[in-house]
Design a protein around this ligand. Structure first.
Ligand SMILES: Nc1ncnc2c1ncn2[C@@H]1O[C@H](COP(=O)(O)OP(=O)(O)OP(=O)(O)O)[C@@H](O)[C@H]1O
Length: 185
């Protein structure tokens, strides 16, 4: 991220944000509701264009936000199979994610935490080098939250890059933190 600025509607949310993440590094962006955390992830993902500055990425990007890209009408197994057809057949431990007993349940019936875990399953299958996690612990019970923290640590150990947007604490050794409010105009 180089000298990045973000505008939504007629308001500039932040400006002058520069940051570099190398392989294995993690950064948490913090800030109160509406400071622009999700907007920043969308800029980094390439889903929105910066008002100023630029983003450069190396490697594939996996974004997990509150909208899992899983067909709500399909049973979970088939919704995940759709992505396996595109992402490749990386084995994902659905048991560890607490999803093994839910494979016949339509995605629209999954609880908030179950949907989040399903989104993590898809992310793991994607094998993207860059993980962008928007409020990754939202809706998760303590066991699932600890699991996601372990998955994030493993991702970084394997040389992945991690950018988290959250106002909640996320336990990850060595993760740096930046407060988006410091870049308000
Ligand atoms: N398409 C849009 N047009 C205009 N304003 C928008 C648009 N999308 C988001 N915003 C505004 O941009 C601001 C930042 O939104 P964003 O979702 O990035 O914040 P956030 O820090 O992730 O908040 P939260 O902690 O509530 O998730 C909010 O005030 C929001 O209303």
């Amino acid at each position: 991220m180089h000298d990045l600025a973000c505008r939504r509607g007629d308001r500039v949310l932040f400006r002058g944000l520069s940051f570099a993440l190398n392989a294995g590094e993690a950064l948490q962006v913090t800030g109160t509701n509406g400071t622009g955390k999700s907007s920043l992830l969308r800029l980094v993902a390439g889903l929105a264009r910066p008002f100023a500055g630029s983003v450069a990425r190396h490697g594939a990007v996996g974004l997990v936000d509150e909208r899992p890209a899983l067909d709500p009408e399909l049973p979970l197994e088939r919704a995940l199979a759709f992505w396996r057809g595109l992402d490749g057949r990386t084995p994902v431990d659905l048991d560890a994610l607490g999803l093994a007993d839910l494979l016949d349940v339509p995605v629209r019936y999954l609880s908030t935490g179950q949907r989040k875990r399903a989104a993590m399953a898809r992310l793991l299958g994607q094998r993207a080098e860059v993980w962008l996690l928007d409020e990754p612990l939202n809706g998760l019970d303590v066991h699932a939250a600890a699991l996601v923290e372990r998955l994030a640590a493993a991702h970084c150990r394997e040389g992945g890059v991690l950018l988290i947007a959250s106002h909640q604490p996320f336990a990850l050794a060595g993760m740096r933190e930046v407060a988006l409010a410091d870049f308000a105009p």
